[in-house]
Design a protein around this ligand. Structure first.
Ligand SMILES: [Zn+2]
Length: 207
């Protein structure tokens, strides 16, 4: 448990921070500048050959943390508006959920399987039925994927709502758990960073 926590603190922005210039991911680097050690985040195109030429800025981890805290606090500062936005969106997602599509397709599939058996038993041609079965199976698969995606969106919105409700005031520290829970993606630009929350809302902070 202790080890996990150490690790967690060590890589708070891994897979979250991206380069606004070339689009590649930012990676954590230990810097030793004439004996002065620091931790920075740099675009991977500046560290390895990604085939992209990039001149994006190097960001000290402490600055990155400060900026992310600012973005989260910016959001907390507009909590009531944001909660209303979330609740409206949760309602939309719930209203869009339609489990009848899958059930209906399943019913049709069952019926077709029966017909297929009947025809096969009487040695009739049944290509048209198998084609239709394949088509419906794909339709069912797509409907299931869509359902799962909507559920995930709804879950993210509810998670965000819970966080805002239980967070009484602004934060002054950012921990890995909080970042992972709230932030989908952050982009580093020359003079700013953008923080995209998992709910879809984006906050921009000058840097
Ligand atoms: Zn880059």
């Amino acid at each position: 448990m202790a080890r996990r926590q150490t690790l967690a603190v060590a890589i708070p922005f891994s897979q979250i921070v991206f380069c606004g210039e070339c689009g590649e991911i930012y990676r954590r680097v230990h810097w030793n500048n004439r004996g002065k050690k620091s931790i920075v985040w740099r675009c991977i195109s500046r560290l390895e050959n990604t085939g992209l030429v990039c001149n994006s800025r190097t960001v000290f981890e402490d600055l990155l943390k400060d900026e992310v805290i600012k973005a989260i606090n910016d959001l907390l500062g507009q909590k009531d508006d944001f909660l209303e936005f979330l609740s409206n969106n949760i309602e939309i997602v719930i209203n869009e959920q339609d489990t009848t599509a899958v059930a209906e397709t399943e019913k049709k599939l069952e019926e077709l399987q029966k017909q297929l058996l009947i025809r096969a038993n009487s040695k009739e041609v049944y290509n048209d039925i198998t084609d239709e079965i394949y088509r419906l199976r794909e339709e069912k698969h797509n409907a299931l994927v869509e359902e799962a995606e909507k559920k995930a969106v709804g879950q993210r919105l509810m998670d965000m709502t819970a966080f805002l409700k239980e967070q009484p005031m602004l934060i002054d520290e950012c921990d890995e758990q909080l970042i992972r829970r709230l932030i989908g993606k952050s982009m580093v630009y020359e003079d700013k960073i953008t923080v995209e929350f998992k709910s879809g809302v984006e906050v921009e902070v000058e840097m």
